[in-house]
Ligand binder design. Structure first.
Ligand code: XUL
Length: 577
């Protein structure tokens, strides 16, 4: 291979189970990738799937020194592949969201004095006041979440101010618990980074500011004001006070493409980076994902993995306790809307396995073939004629957060003319009917919660997403793609985004390209839109908007909303008795 010509840009992805470094050129072509798998490639850390746990307290956390080891290893990996680091003009990254890193009093000195003859792990393991980073899977902060949720009056008020109600993983509740559990360590903490700004700090050789989008994953940032929320800081800071917490958190530059400074000489001397290489703010992994393509306002991305994530770029800020809003990572005036479900793939797999079992086809070469064909042969909502009730249900093998309900299954018949709902599986041919019902259930929930954010693509056409991009394992299912188009619409259709599991690293690398090559005021969407060759990355896999189907599912959404409310009421009653 001929060596790629510069300038080059690196995007890192510091996720739960691995660190990845991906290098692109100005034309957005990937030229190198190097990975470090935490479980397989690290030494000295008794981790499982990248984390440690303390089950008694529902704690999940990662040793920060592990990430130091990983960074030197990924850079060495890129060097082995032949990357000429002197061509790298910019560095950005994506970090698992909400995780926090606690720097000790010597942090700035140790970061600034990095010696290229020794590893990051050798030199920085002592830079932290606490050696672990609470992880987004941590669930130890119920009490703190209750405090956050109540503090401004209720969950609605908190969501209105910060974009989200309180969640166990959000950094504000995590810091509140940290300062109560480890008051002395908290006092000795000079700075608190998010995983994203931690990564940028390593390259800068001093503690980097928090990112304008990732800061919204803390329940501490007042999105409308564009500043920390003073009252919430007060709640979080405890006796050390607001000013102390503010100085621990530091400023937040508004520009996601800001020039944070040049790479530290450690990287120049050890790997051959140019001293002119610029460090750009790293962002969260979800905000980075929407940068993996020139996502336009009203485009939607649905990630169909073990869990389901729905991401949209939108100019509307309409917070709700069931959803999340973040500042857009690059474009002022836009927001990233996110729905984060715990359930997804597992629920579909249960139905898939039951159908394969029923068909006596336990290990077919394509385990999804029966599921797909049954789902496609079943009429929408199981209605053989318009007078039949609509079949709908909730299928949660794990406790769900959207809506907040225990694990379980609920089946209903809904009569759209009367608006009446009956909990029953009368008339259901199980498990066959459920192939379609489960996919519908997951997509109706997305339509219900995103419907206020889309706009009409043209006269007489209802509001809906422009394009629907499917990513992750479930994007291979033909039935899911077809039903996604029928339920969500998509005036330009349903697409599969073929970037494997590289979305966050790619998004981070594109952010660096944009930050350093933009002309005055040029938007991310415009610069990347001009250079992105969509035929290399996406394939249209289903029709989007179809009038009749969209209308029928519009009625079904009403029933779906009622069904969720009824289940929530029933469960609250059960819990109270
Ligand atoms: C988002 C979230 C996860 C992590 C995964 O709120 O908690 O998606 O960002 O790394």
């Amino acid at each position: 291979m001929t060596s790629p010509k510069g300038p080059l840009y690196i995007g890192f992805d510091l996720s739960t189970q691995q660190l990845k470094g991906l290098v692109v050129n100005s034309n957005l072509k990937v030229v190198y990738i190097s990975k470090f798998d935490f479980d397989a490639d690290s030494h000295g850390f008794p981790i499982k799937k990248g984390v440690l746990t303390n089950e008694a307290e529902h704690e999940v956390f990662a040793p920060v020194a592990l990430w130091l080891q990983a960074l030197d290893s990924v850079l060495s990996g890129l060097r082995k592949q032949g990357l000429d680091f002197s061509l790298v003009r910019g560095i950005s990254g994506a970090g698992q969201q909400h995780g926090s890193v606690y720097w000790g009093r010597d942090a700035e000195r140790l970061l600034g004095a990095l010696d290229s003859g020794r590893t990051l792990e050798e030199q920085l393991s002592g830079a932290f006041s606490h050696p672990y980073s609470p992880n987004w899977q941590d669930a130890s902060t119920q009490r703190e979440c209750d405090e956050f949720d109540g503090f401004l009056g209720g969950v609605k008020e908190l969501a209105l101010a910060t974009g989200s109600k309180a969640h166990h993983r959000f950094t504000g509740p995590q810091i509140l618990r940290f300062q109560k559990k480890y008051p002395d360590v908290y006092k000795k903490t000079s700075r608190i980074s998010l995983v994203s700004s931690f990564l940028a700090s390593l390259f800068l050789g001093h503690v980097a500011p928090l990112d304008i989008s990732d800061v919204c994953g803390m329940n501490l940032w007042d999105i409308n004001k564009g500043a920390y929320h003073e009252k919430l800081l007060k709640l979080c800071a405890g006796s050390s006070g607001v000013d102390d917490l503010k100085s621990k958190l530091g400023d937040v530059p508004e520009d996601g493409g800001a020039d944070l400074g040049k790479v530290h000489r450690y990287y120049v001397e050890r790997y051959g980076f140019s001293p002119e290489c610029t460090v750009i703010p790293s962002t969260g992994d979800n905000p980075a994902t929407i940068l993996a393509l020139p996502l336009r306002p009203s485009d939607a991305m649905v990630s169909l993995g073990t869990s389901t994530t729905f991401l949209m770029s939108t100019p509307s800020y309409k917070p709700d306790p069931a959803t999340h809003f973040f500042n857009h990572p690059t474009t002022p005036g836009l927001y990233m809307f996110m729905l984060c479900y715990k359930n997804g793939g597992l629920a579909r797999e249960h139905v898939r396995d039951a159908i394969n079992e029923k068909k006596g086809d336990k290990n077919p070469s394509n385990p999804w073939a029966n599921f797909d064909s049954v789902a496609l042969q079943t009429a929408p909502l199981g209605q053989k004629s318009g007078s039949d009730p609509m079949k709908m249900g909730l299928f949660f093998p794990r406790p769900e957060i959207v809506p907040n309900v225990r694990s379980g299954q609920w089946r209903f018949n809904y009569n759209p003319t009367k608006g009446s709902l009956t909990e029953t599986d009368n008339g259901w041919d199980r498990p066959l009917d459920e192939a379609r019902t489960i996919v519908e259930s997951q997509l109706l929930s997305l339509r219900l919660r995103s419907r206020g954010l889309t706009s009409s693509p043209g006269k007489g056409i209802p509001a809906q997403p422009r394009r629907v991009y499917l990513v992750g394992g479930g994007s291979k299912n033909k039935a899911i793609a077809k039903i996604a188009g029928e339920i969500l619409g998509g005036s330009e259709g349903v697409y599969k985004l073929e970037i494997g599991d590289n979305a966050c690293a790619l998004g981070a690398a594109y952010k660096a390209v944009w930050a350093l090559e933009r002309t005055n005021g040029q938007k991310f969407e415009d610069l990347i839109g001009q250079r992105w060759r969509e035929e290399d990355f996406i394939e249209k896999i289903a029709d989007g908007y179809q009038k009749e189907a969209f209308e029928i599912y519009g009625k079904a959404v009403e029933g779906f909303e009622k069904m969720e409310l009824q289940v929530l009421k029933q469960e609250a009653k059960k819990n109270a008795s």
